[in-house]
Design a protein around this ligand. Structure first.
Ligand SMILES: C[S@@+](CC[C@H](N)C(=O)[O-])C[C@H]1O[C@@H](n2cnc3c(N)ncnc32)[C@H](O)[C@@H]1O
Length: 406
């Protein structure tokens, strides 16, 4: 999908986002990424195809050949510890998920009320850093950071839409990127769980689909706070898992899968280090917040008090409910966008069953590979059998928060 671009306009309004309605020029098919990895996927997408448009410009890419991957149980991993694979099937799943986020967010790449109109270096105290080395202009470039960028769909889209901005995208490993990427995009290998060392601050830091990647979210938010300019924004987006469907089917493989993967994530230390709301209320600044039990599962890090504990203000939470499956076709007034979302989310969920559980369940709960695959298959069959009738929706949440102005 090609987005219109006006560098002087805000990237998005800061008002609440509503689930978009169908419009005459909706073209949901354009949003779908190619190469579904399974037969379920193929049948769901049967007559839909898509072309991803990316203008070639530079080849600033990381050399994937210099990295040693780990092949384990027919999946490729970037290292010994990170639990998700980074093979082609997973990259394709993330490509589809990126397109789904765009659809859910009404075509907006970001919900941050960011403008590309930066103050002049000579006339404003808001500038806390000099212009970038790559820029000869006295007006500093807007700087955007994407943490855990994966296939870099979001970072590439932002760099293309805002050619005057400088976009840095980091990951612990290089993924499959297009051969050429925009010249204002800089892909870097960096582990976000270690102290961040960027020399210049950013205007926007974006973190998406990382719920299960960081055991210490308060650390991530404190580092982000340090590396934002005063007035800059953090945007963190994630989605729930199969909890709502599991709640409708308590005696099912879906509920076993959900409980097992949550338990494995907890064993791996996830959700264990979040401040409680009470502790934040009593804290006195960016480092405030004591350790306490996590609440809210995979979306627990997206509670406003977790960001407030790191010092952020103006926390704005957007919750959207995405249908799982093809049932929106039976709604009273079928909405093509909801139907597209339901299909895409179903594909992402089905393709993610094994990816999300294989390492976690074998390593943390000592399941056998066969037992995990068997559960995934049965869970897949159950989802395919019930998504039309159960009419389940999943919460997608985006939190935008601001580092206070000086
Ligand atoms: C589920 S993917 C999300 C990719 C991307 N943010 C998106 O929304 O498409 C998670 C990514 O985080 C990366 N990752 C995991 N742990 C990380 C860490 N400690 N530092 C940086 N990246 C990390 C993984 O390599 C993977 O590419």
């Amino acid at each position: 999908m090609t987005m219109s671009s006006d560098p002087e306009q805000p990237l998005a309004s800061d008002g609440p986002l509503t689930t978009p309605g169908a419009t005459e020029d909706d073209d949901s098919e354009d949003l779908l990424s190619p190469s579904p990895a399974s037969s379920d996927t193929a049948s769901i997408l049967s007559q839909e195809s898509a072309v991803s448009e990316r203008a070639p410009s530079s080849t600033k890419s990381l050399e994937a050949s210099t990295i040693e991957y780990i092949f384990e149980n027919d999946r490729q991993y970037c290292n010994e510890t990170y639990h998700m694979p980074n093979d082609e099937a997973e990259q394709t799943r993330l490509n589809i998920l990126h397109q789904l986020y765009l659809l859910v967010q009404d075509g907006k790449f970001t919900l941050a009320p960011l403008t590309l109109t930066r103050p002049q270096a000579t006339s404003s105290s808001r500038l806390s850093y000099p212009s970038t080395a790559s820029s000869s202009s006295r007006i500093p470039r807007l700087r955007i950071l994407d943490i855990g960028t994966g296939p870099a769909d979001w970072a590439i889209a932002m760099a293309e839409q805002y050619p005057a901005a400088e976009v840095v995208a980091t990951d612990i490993s290089p993924a499959l990127h297009p051969e050429s990427i925009p010249s204002n995009l800089f892909l870097e290998i960096d582990d976000a769980t270690l102290e961040w060392t960027f020399a210049e601050q950013f205007d926007l830091i974006h973190i998406r689909n990382m719920a299960d990647s960081f055991p210490d979210w308060p650390f991530i938010f404190r580092e982000a706070y340090k590396h934002l300019r005063p007035g800059g924004y953090i945007e963190v987006c994630d989605h729930a898992g199969l909890e709502s469907l599991a709640a409708l089917l308590p005696n099912s493989y879906i509920s076993i899968y959900t409980a097992a993967t949550q338990s494995a994530a907890e064993c791996a230390g996830m959700y264990s280090n979040l401040p409680t709301e009470k502790s934040v209320a009593g804290s006195a600044g960016p480092a405030g917040g004591s350790r306490g039990p996590a609440k809210g599962g995979t979306l627990a890090h997206l509670h406003p008090h977790v960001l407030e504990a790191a010092g952020f203000k103006n926390v704005h939470v957007t919750k959207l409910h995405v249908p799982l499956g093809t049932w929106p076709k039976d709604e009273q007034r079928p909405d093509p966008r909801r139907l597209a979302m339901g299909k895409m989310w179903l594909i992402v969920v089905l393709e993610g069953l094994e990816a999300s559980s294989l390492r976690r369940l074998t390593r943390e709960l000592a399941w056998t590979v066969d037992a995990v695959r068997d559960l995934c298959e049965k869970t897949r069959e159950e989802i395919m059998a019930c998504h039309e009738t159960k009419r389940c929706e999943t919460e997608f949440r985006a939190v935008v928060a601001q580092k206070p102005e000086l």
